[in-house]
Design a protein around this ligand. Structure first.
Ligand code: SAJ
Length: 426
């Protein structure tokens, strides 16, 4: 099947790269976002998010005339829904953005259109939620219009490369839909394109992120055991990983981002009695920021009145995304314990957060601190020279929660160095 005009709904971390990639591959693309600030910014070539290479890609797409940014959908051959699916307070999936996006398409849906859902969604969303909404158009799914679920599996920080190179799963509600989805993504995908049914594709996406969450949870739990038994977890993991079938992931201050810390809950919500392991893994990872604060208290005693420089607030290294960030949770918890937290996040210098003092440089963050805590292994932090830092701060204690610093170097610069998962901590 041949498509000429695509309407992408949602211009976030997935929608914007996807829209721009289709546009630079020669398709006419209408990029739609209901947030007028985002739309106005993009009209002036200003991006609301950071991803390596994205600014240049969007600018090329806009200049080519193939990408147009707007706040409402318009008639097209293909509609791609790439809106967020966050969770609510009770950890239940918030499908309101998907519902609104689908409803906004209904007036424009025509015979022969293809609709694609890319947003991570609970099992059976395409069939049970999307079809009834789209059929309000009077058209029949699978006959008058085609419908697929195709999960996005790109890694923040490497989105542009993975968008093109990753294997793409296309889950159609019928074989004709899958085939149309395949034809669409063949425009730019160089990885394999594999066809399946919609519910399998939904499960695949949730399984991938849940698998990673459970594996990080076991790494975090191993780090607790290492602290208890006087073992250095980093050495133990390196040795265990010499086994040909073992690949233990890294412990850290917790699991954040809008994917791995959220998606497993969709499975727990859909089948609570079949997901005790998944549920527990989520709880282990969610408790990890509190564990970090607890470790610091064990080492330093009462934190009240102590000035702590928090290095990094993003959910992982070298990204600007703070959603569900464990680093932010640690900073908040330290503040609750009475510490004065002075935080620095190089990828979001203008970030504001009630109750947290956020500064715009490392020297500012550390100039009056008693302790430095490394919360995110941003390259900029890992490359710090401890001898230089020593001159800029009265702090003589550093706590590394991500194994980002070299113990010997920091010690020989004059710091007391502690690390999450070191048997010497408790
Ligand atoms: N983390 C650890 N230890 C590790 C690895 C990660 O504590 O060994 C933490 C990170 O610091 C971060 C969180 O886990 O807080 C998640 O980071 P990540 O790099 O594992 O994953 P995301 O959330 O950035 O992207 C994931 C990816 N999924 C998988 O690797 C299975 C990506 O491919 C998906 O496209 C993305 O979720 C998504 O959009 O669903």
């Amino acid at each position: 099947m041949k498509f000429n005009h695509i309407c992408v709904l949602g211009l976030g971390y997935i929608g914007l790269p996807t829209a721009s990639t289709f546009a630079t591959s020669g398709m006419k693309v209408s990029g739609v976002d209901t947030n007028l600030q985002i739309v106005n910014g993009l009209h002036h070539g200003k991006l609301h998010l950071y991803e390596p290479g994205l600014r240049e890609l969007v600018q090329t797409a806009l200049k080519s005339g193939n990408l147009t940014i707007m706040s409402q959908p318009e008639p097209a051959d293909v509609f791609i829904i790439a809106v967020p699916t966050p969770f609510k307070e009770d950890k239940k999936a918030d499908m309101s953005f998907v519902i609104s996006a689908a409803e906004s398409i209904v007036p424009f849906l025509r015979k022969g259109n293809l609709v694609v859902l890319e947003s991570t969604s609970p099992p059976r969303t395409t069939r049970d939620l999307l079809i009834p909404i789209l059929e309000k158009s009077g058209l029949k799914a699978g006959i008058d219009f085609l419908l697929v679920y195709s999960p996005e599996r790109v890694l923040p920080g490497q989105i542009l490369r993975e968008l093109v190179e990753n294997t793409r799963v296309i889950g159609g509600i019928n074989p004709a839909s899958s085939q149309a989805g395949r034809d669409l993504y063949a425009t730019f995908v160089r990885g394999e394109i594999i066809q399946t049914d919609a519910t399998t594709a939904e499960m695949v996406k949730l399984m991938e992120n849940t698998f990673r969450d459970v594996n990080i949870a076991i790494a975090n739990e191993f780090s607790h055991l290492a602290e208890r038994f006087g073992v250095n977890i980093w050495e133990a993991i390196a040795l265990a990983n010499r086994h040909p079938r073992v690949k233990v992931l890294n412990p850290g201050p917790g699991v954040g981002g809008h994917c791995i810390s959220v998606d497993p809950w969709f499975l727990v919500e859909a089948a609570p009695d079949d997901t005790p392991l998944i549920h527990t893994a989520r709880e282990v990872n969610d408790a990890q920021p509190h564990h970090v604060v607890h470790l610091l208290q064990k080492k330093l005693g009462n934190l009240e009145g102590m000035t702590i420089a928090a290095l990094g607030l993003a959910y992982k290294p070298d990204v600007d995304d703070l959603r569900e960030s464990p680093a932010l949770q640690v900073a908040e918890d330290l503040q609750k314990e009475g510490a004065n937290v002075v935080a620095y996040e190089p990828f979001k210098k203008d970030f504001k957060h009630t109750g947290l003092q956020i500064v715009e440089s490392i020297p500012k963050a550390i100039e009056n601190s008693d302790v430095l805590i490394l919360l995110v292994a941003h390259t900029e932090f890992c490359n710090l020279d401890p001898a230089e830092i020593f001159k800029l701060t009265p702090a003589r204690v550093v706590f590394d929660t991500v194994n980002g610093w070299n113990k010997e170097k920091w010690q020989s610069a004059g710091f007391q160095y502690f690390r999450l998962g070191d048997g010497t901590l408790t």
